[in-house]
Write a protein that binds this ligand. Sequence first.
Ligand code: KG4
Ligand code: ZN
Length: 339
Amino acid sequence: MLVLGIESSCDETAAAIVADGRTVRSNIVASQHDLHRPFGGVVPEVASRAHAERITAVTEEALSEAGVKPSELGGIAVVNQPGLVGALLVGLSGAKGLALAWNLPYVGVDHILAHVYAATLAGFDAFPHVSLVASGGHTCLYLASGPGEVKILGQTADDAAGEAFDKGAKLLGLGFPGGPALSRCAETGNPAAVAFPRSNPNQKPGDSLDFSFSGLKTALYYHLRERTENGAREITDEERADVAASFQEAICEILTEKLLAACRATGHPALAIGGGVACNGRLREMLTDRAGDVRVFFPPPALCADNAAMVAGLGHHFLERGERADWSLDVDPTPKRLN
Ligand code: KG4
Ligand code: ZN
């Protein structure tokens, strides 16, 4: 079955065609980074307008790149939660319109569960496995037992890991989005230059699998304030690289140690990561180095960052088991705690 996926939960307008929940036939992403860069962060109203302007062209491109006609589709999968309410509404309204016009079934998909599915889409079929979704809005640790079937093991008590990267980059005077900018800056730095705090540094059996990043962000703020009167503006490029590398090291260590602790706690020696932060090279390197007997899987970066292929892939399983959304399906901006 061919499924059209649509994603518009934040600042990427995306559409994709996936066959049988496995084969990505097209994966089109129109990023809005240039529109939000002058503001240093995502402006919800700007995001909604840009989605509305682009969604038709992005969907047409996904179909034409895949060489698929609407009459060949088996259904549509659209992210309806969580995310920016106005942004989600554009994707959901578009999907409803197409489902009506083309007489197709459609289903709503949870954005975070789609990130979990990215590993399966990329060929990782070890179930159950521990899955980390680390993005700009969420940091969630799950035990995944099948497509869309997860039990939550831990989540952030405050900021998301991506948010820590974004805010850290802002404090260091780096660009938007912060994660890629900070990791680029960190390339020439010394990760041991500054001893930033780690929540739960010596994770023991029975310790919480929840995350916390706000203390780390505050530590960066005070480090820069103690060093200079005007924060990052006065430090040298060399020092900025050292601070960025040390900050990135702390985030990666928190994520790595929780992931491996979750494998020990659940007794399942397999893990995968997803979400924009899963593109981070240092995180991938550290997990590989410390995994020991744990099987570690990294989806390609294009499936980790926001995309609609992961949505079409997960939606395939919902459609295949007969799920159908009716016209009353609404958006829900808040994440669910899935037990
Ligand atoms: O999953 P995603 O594309 O969108 C959300 O659902 O939020 O994740 C975006 C987040 C942003 O915070 C961005 O700074 C971060 O992922 N990110 C990275 C990297 N690439 C993107 N963080 C660290 N290193 C990267 N290479
Ligand atoms: Zn995301």
